[in-house]
Design a binder for this molecule. Structure first.
Ligand code: AHN
Ligand code: ZN
Length: 336
C-alpha cells in the first residue's frame, strides 16, 4: 500500500506539470494583447519584399551574370560583400568547371553560414549565374545573346539576401547555410548539334556536392529557390522533391497555406525538374525541396519568359517574392 502511493504521487505531479506546460504552449491565454492564434509561439520576422526586389534589381543592373564575364565577377563580389555585411561567415569556393562544349567556366559558389557551430542545420539555396543564351526565343538571331535572368537566377538570390538580413537581426533556433550555386544555367542549348553529354546543368552544385565547403557537411533538409519572382507564379509540388523530400514538401506547403499564400502553392504535382536539388540529394543525401515556378499552360512549363529576353525586371512582382520569402521564414523559424 505504502509503496503504491510513492509511485502514484510523483506520477500525478508529472501529469499536472505536463498539462500546465501544454496549456501555455498552445497560446490559449486570453490575456489582452495576446493573439487568438493556435499554431506556434515563435515570432516569425516579417519578410520585406521591397528589399528583396532591390536585391534582384541590383543583380540585373550588372548585366547578364555569365561565368567568364566582368558582370559575373562584379556581381559575385557584390554578393560576398552583402552576405558579410549581413553578419554571415562567408566561404568562397572557386572552381574551373567544364561546360557541355568544353568551355572552362571560372565559377564560384558562395556559402554564407549562420550559427555555424549548431549541428541542427537547414540549407537554403539558389543559383546566381544567368543563362548565356536565350534559346527559347523563336527568332534564331536572338537566341545567341545572354539573358538578364531577373527571374531565372536573380529572384532566388534576392529572396535569400533578404532572409540573410533577417537572420542577422534575429537568429532562429537552428543554424542556416545559404548557398549561392554558380554555373547552374550553362546546360546544352536547344540549338546545339554536337554530341549529347549528361549532367551539363547545375555544374556548381555538382562541384559542391563532391567538395562541400566543410567536410562531412550535413543538414536536416534543404530548400532550393528557382524562379520565385514572376508575376502570377504558381509553385506546384515538383516531383523529384515529392519523392525524395516528401515530408518537407508537406511542411513547406502547409506553412504557405497557414499564412495565407495558398493560392501561390497548389497542393498538386508539377513536373520533375533537373535542378540543383538533385545533386544536393544524390551527392550529399540531403533531402532538398525545389520551389520552382510551374506554369501548366506554357509550352516549357516554366512560363513564356523562360530562357528568353522577356526574363527581365518587367516580369518581377514583389508580391510573389513576398509569398515565397515569408513562407521560407515561417518554416525556418519554426524549426527546433
Ligand atoms: C532543364 O531545363 C533540364 N532544367 C531546368 C533547370 C533550370 C534552368 N532552372 C533554371 N534554369
Ligand atoms: Zn535557366
Amino acid at each position: 500500500m505504502k509503496r503504491k502511493h510513492t509511485l502514484i504521487i510523483p506520477l500525478l505531479a508529472m501529469l499536472a506539470i505536463h498539462f500546465a506546460a501544454c496549456g501555455n504552449s498552445k497560446n490559449s491565454q486570453t490575456t489582452a494583447g495576446t493573439k487568438a492564434e493556435t499554431r506556434s509561439n515563435v515570432e516569425v520576422p516579417a519578410f520585406h519584399a521591397d528589399s528583396a526586389y532591390q536585391y534582384v534589381k541590383t543583380q540585373c543592373d550588372f548585366g547578364p551574370r555569365v561565368p567568364g564575364t566582368q558582370a559575373h565577377r562584379d556581381c559575385g563580389e557584390y554578393l560576398v560583400q552583402k552576405l558579410k555585411q549581413f553578419g554571415a561567415k562567408v566561404y568562397e569556393q572557386p572552381a574551373d568547371l567544364i561546360a557541355y562544349d568544353n568551355t572552362i567556366l571560372k565559377a564560384r559558389n558562395i556559402i554564407a553560414s549562420y550559427n555555424p557551430d549548431n549541428r541542427r542545420r537547414v540549407l537554403l539555396c539558389a543559383h546566381w549565374d544567368s543563362r548565356p543564351y536565350a534559346d527559347e526565343e523563336k527568332d534564331k538571331a536572338k537566341q545567341q545573346k545572354p539573358i538578364l535572368g531577373a527571374n531565372d537566377g536573380a529572384s532566388g538570390v534576392g529572396v535569400l539576401l533578404e532572409i540573410a538580413r533577417q537572420l542577422q537581426q534575429k537568429a532562429p533556433a537552428i543554424g542556416i547555410d545559404i548557398i549561392l550555386f554558380d554555373a547552374e544555367d550553362y546546360g546544352i542549348p536547344t540549338f546545339y548539334r554536337g554530341n549529347y553529354k549528361p549532367d551539363t546543368w547545375c555544374l556548381g552544385s555538382q562541384y559542391w556536392g563532391r567538395m562541400p565547403h566543410v567536410s562531412n557537411y550535413n543538414a536536416r533538409f534543404g530548400i532550393l529557390l528557382d524562379m520565385v519572382g514572376g508575376r502570377g507564379a504558381t509553385f506546384y509540388q515538383e516531383r523529384f522533391s515529392q519523392r525524395t523530400a516528401g515530408k518537407y514538401v508537406k511542411k513547406i506547403w502547409e506553412a504557405a497555406h497557414r499564412i495565407g499564400f495558398g493560392s501561390y502553392f497548389p497542393k498538386e504535382s508539377g513536373t520533375e525538374v533537373t535542378d540543383d536539388h538533385l545533386y544536393v540529394y544524390q551527392l550529399r543525401q540531403i533531402p532538398c525541396v525545389d520551389i520552382i515556378n510551374y506554369d501548366p499552360n506554357s509550352d516549357t512549363g516554366f512560363g513564356d519568359f523562360w530562357h528568353t529576353h522577356a526574363d527581365n525586371m518587367d516580369i518581377i512582382d514583389p508580391a510573389t517574392l513576398q509569398a515565397v520569402g515569408q513562407t521560407v521564414l515561417e518554416v525556418i523559424y519554426n524549426e527546433k
